[in-house]
Ligand binder design. Structure first.
Ligand SMILES: Nc1ncnc2c1ncn2[C@@H]1O[C@H](COP(=O)(O)OP(=O)(O)OP(=O)(O)O)[C@@H](O)[C@H]1O
Ligand SMILES: [Mg+2]
Length: 304
């Protein structure tokens, strides 16, 4: 991976180097799922990925970082769940489908609008990471909001994200927004593990043909041009939305569907990438870890 910046001159910075946020010893891997564009399926990917990782035997948390439009409570069937505070003054996350979850949606009513001022966003994100009794987690999956705003910047300054997955759809306009997200992760020194193209095609069960509803896919070519790993294409599946609205992600509702099988594969691929990264960092002597972590997480922003 390209590393053109010394630790003293990193992208998006001026003056003294910003210290890396401290790792959380009880959370082995923190993975952000994001994109520039809204509605491409980030939350759907985050939830199905989290459940697939849990089904492979890992302990997994899902953090809904979309403070303005939380969707995790509905997607996991946790509408109305009210997290409690334990004797250590920590928030106890809700649980569903074998994963722990926290969302601002548990703390506000469904129709309540939340107007966050800048510093409040930072505080909320910090609380969701540090003041929640996550226990020992192999993976904390963070469902990021659309755009490249405050929430993601606050998160990147609160904890070291071990990686990010970006989600796109076949349209070029979606990829253009993804590039903005990739650049932002680069500024935060978060390695983008790759891109998932969602809603790539519809597989017709009647005639066995694949229909590219949103036009032909260019994501793998775009990824190659920008040095971004392509993690795969996910089909449109009719069961996704109605089941999600009932709190049943597709890997729970239709585990044998093609989409669910692709999620299981995606989870395994991402786990392998994160573990390889962690093993490389763990193999270093103590004094080299910080520098190495910065070096391997720094993604060279794509040109153009
Ligand atoms: N592969 C798929 N097949 C069919 N429907 C899908 C698929 N992926 C996502 N959807 C549906 O598309 C809609 C948008 O998905 P989702 O809420 O995950 O997007 P998002 O990127 O998180 O949106 P936002 O930017 O608002 O947070 C939902 O109704 C979801 O059920
Ligand atoms: Mg979402």
């Amino acid at each position: 991976m390209a590393h053109n910046h010394s630790p003293q001159s990193r992208p998006g910075q001026s003056g003294a180097p910003r210290p890396s946020p401290a790792r959380l010893p009880h959370i082995r891997n923190i993975l952000g799922v994001g994109a520039g564009k809204g509605g491409v399926g980030k939350s759907t990917v985050a939830a199905n990925l989290a459940i697939s990782l849990a089904r492979s035997g890992a302990s997994v948390g899902l953090l809904d970082a979309d403070l303005y439009g939380p969707s995790v409570p509905i997607m996991l069937g946790l509408r109305g769940a009210k997290p409690t505070v334990n004797a250590n003054s920590k928030i106890v996350p809700a649980e569903a489908h074998g994963i722990k979850a926290i969302s601002i949606g548990f703390m506000i009513q469904d129709d309540m609008a939340v107007a966050w001022r800048g510093p409040m966003v930072g505080q909320a994100v910090t609380q969701f990471i540090r003041d929640v009794e996550w226990g020992e987690l192999d993976y904390l999956i963070v469902d990021l909001p659309p755009g490249t705003g405050d929430i993601i910047l606050s998160l990147g300054q609160t904890v070291p994200l071990d990686g990010a997955v970006v989600v796109s759809t076949p349209q070029d306009v979606a990829f253009a927004d993804v590039l903005r997200a990739v650049k932002m992760f680069g500024m935060l020194q978060v390695e983008v593990l790759g891109l998932v193209e969602n809603m790539s095609y519809f597989h017709c069960p009647d005639n066995g043909k694949d229909y590219p509803i949103f036009g032909p896919s260019n994501s793998d070519r775009h990824c190659a041009e920008h040095g971004l790993p392509f993690l795969g294409a996910l089909p449109i599946e009719l069961g996704v939305s109605p089941n999600a609205d009932k709190g049943r992600p597709i890997v729970v509702a239709e585990p044998d569907s093609k989409l669910s099988q692709l999620y299981v594969q995606l989870a395994a691929d991402i786990a392998a990438k994160l573990e390889a990264k962690r093993a490389a960092a763990d193999a270093l002597p103590e004094f080299g870890k910080d520098f190495f972590h910065d070096a391997v997480t720094e993604y060279e922003p794509p040109k153009g």
